[in-house]
Design a protein around this ligand. Structure first.
Ligand SMILES: Cc1cc2nc3c(=O)[nH]c(=O)nc-3n(C[C@H](O)[C@H](O)[C@H](O)COP(=O)(O)OP(=O)(O)OC[C@H]3O[C@@H](n4cnc5c(N)ncnc54)[C@H](O)[C@@H]3O)c2cc1C
Length: 486
């Protein structure tokens, strides 16, 4: 199928205003939120913006006929290259499927289209006493479809769990164009957990066209405490002690001095500029319980030599403390033109050692590294600051990144806590997974998508799936020709 025919057929499906194909329009779709250099950029042949599930299915069927790969895309805030169409083809941007179809107060669920923005779901359900618990710091922009595909987390996932814990069912378009539902309204399930397999599959198994998600009741009381420390070790120790005491905060976040230097002048959140690290600790629940946890947390922080412990109960004061944390990445522009954000996880007890290793790597590679992260669940976010226009900077960042990843894996950590693998970390997969593990994952992928049309080149080490897909295609062709032994 030539390009003109492809554009024409896409326009027949979604209308002339639903297709982008001019180079200037496609430019923005060559990227996501990842660092150009760590992740290759690539241009799609066209971007289609459907408004219904049937249109998504028709585009997928067309892509199959044309032999073109398909990449689903939400807001493009992903940090591992997931929404970049590595082999070109068609990008299906789900941003125009943005309706909250139903809010069921009794069952505490919402049925939404994939382009609904994460924060919008919380804001819409707040007057009815609910919120959507997974709260990535990008929640003002990222979509529920993207959250499902990446199994996204956020500060409040320490207590409430990540996206997979809040998805009850999914409507998906499969790689052969069929529309199916997985999961359902009732708790409990029999058979394989297909919803669980789809959440976190990075758009490689199916395209989410509707999600049935859990709504969480707003707690009766919420307290946010800010604790400042003169050194990072004390802040890490306080983190371990709070969790060790059996307290489960809704969120427990750490920011180091470099982060404070970027954030405080921008948002005046009230973080002490001379602190080596601050912890933001949120507790919620019944008022008495929250008060008791607050007293205990303050005592633990003081035991760990906190220089300040401040409590915020009023909503405006709490919001301001959170604003600094949630907007921290944006504030990094005050320190350097570019940043590269990592997302490894280490056992909480290894936080002090890991942060000191990150400090050593920062000095070795002469790269400022800020740390702003989900301390409560050991999910690190070292943020390397650099200037991509300066020769050698990108290469140094990538070398330093490798050191951090390898170190975290060696001490028993995970490659990603929430940002996914995409193309960014695919070549590190063999550090964590055996050949058998990868083969099992490839088997799952092949059972959904034997021809590998959906979001190729993601998750698996470079070249890994190509061999598989070629073999399958050869097998199919051989069968067609009546040759069964390859
Ligand atoms: C400033 C900033 C802060 C961030 N903070 C966090 C954080 O705290 N926690 C966190 O987890 N992440 C965070 N992220 C990463 C990112 O926002 C999340 O991964 C988010 O869920 C991506 O959503 P999106 O709509 O932008 O998806 P995209 O980037 O468009 O796509 C991400 C992946 O999902 C797939 N996809 C998108 N829509 C669908 C669909 N409907 N069906 C199937 N596959 C689909 C794409 O193919 C791709 O693989 C942050 C990013 C930024 C820029």
């Amino acid at each position: 199928m030539d390009r003109a025919t492809l554009i024409d057929r896409l326009q027949q499906i979604v209308g002339p205003n639903g297709v982008f194909h001019r180079p200037a329009d496609l430019l923005v779709y060559e990227y996501d939120g990842s660092v150009d250099g760590a992740v290759d950029t690539a241009a799609p042949a066209a971007v289609a913006l459907p408004t219904t599930t049937e249109q998504v299915a028709a585009i997928v069927t067309l892509a199959r006929q044309a032999g073109l790969p398909v990449t689903a895309r939400g807001a493009g805030t992903g940090l591992s290259g997931g929404a970049v169409a590595q082999q070109g083809g068609i990008i299906i941007a789900l941003t125009r499927m943005d309706r909250i179809i139903e809010i069921d107060r009794e069952d505490r669920t919402a049925l939404v289209e994939p382009g609904v923005i994460n924060l919008e779901l919380t804001e819409t359900t707040a007057p009815q006493g609910f919120f959507f618990a997974p709260d990535p710091s990008s929640q003002r922009a990222c979509t529920i479809g993207g959250n499902c595909a990446e199994n996204s987390g956020g500060p409040h996932c320490l207590k409430y769990g990540v996206t997979t814990n809040h998805v009850l069912g999914l409507e998906v378009v499969l790689p052969d164009g069929r529309i199916v539902w997985t999961g359902g309204r009732a708790d409990g399930s029999a058979g394989y957990d297909l919803t669980g397999a789809l959440v976190g599959s990075e758009g490689m198994l199916g395209i989410v066209t509707k999600a049935l998600v859990r709504l969480t009741p707003k707690p009766a009381a919420t307290l946010v405490q800010l604790a400042a420390f003169a050194d990072i070790e004390s802040a890490s120790l306080a983190t371990s002690k709070i969790i060790g005491a059996g307290i489960l905060p809704a969120a427990l976040e750490m920011m180091d001095n470099l982060t404070i230097q970027a954030v405080e002048p921008a948002y005046h959140a009230g973080y002490p500029l001379d602190a080596a690290a601050v912890l933001l600790i949120e507790t919620d629940g019944d008022p008495d319980e929250v008060e008791a946890m607050g007293v205990e947390i303050a005592a633990i922080c003081q035991d760990c030599a906190a220089t300040t412990v401040r409590s915020a109960t009023a909503a405006a004061e709490r919001d301001l403390l959170w604003k600094g944390r949630k907007m921290a990445l944006g504030a990094m522009g005050r320190l350097a033109p570019n940043y590269y954000l990592h997302d490894t996880v280490v056992p909480r007890s290894k936080l002090p050692a890991t942060l000191s290793r990150v400090g050593e790597i920062s000095r070795e590679y002469k790269l400022p590294i800020a740390n702003v992260f989900h301390a409560g669940d050991g999910n690190l976010h070292p943020l390397m600051l650099f200037d991509r226009r300066r020769p050698g900077d990108v290469e140094r960042v990538l070398e330093a990144s490798k050191e951090i990843i390898v170190y975290c894996v060696e001490i028993g950590g995970a490659l990603s806590g929430e940002h996914g693998i995409g193309t960014e970390k695919r070549d590190y997969m063999t550090l964590v997974f055996t050949a058998d593990d990868l083969a099992a994952m490839a088997g799952l992928r092949n059972s959904f998508d034997p021809t590998g049309y959906f979001n190729p080149e993601k998750i698996f080490p470079k070249g890994y799936m190509c061999g598989e897909v070629r073999a399958l295609r050869a097998q199919a062709m051989a069968q067609k020709l009546g040759i069964y032994a390859l």
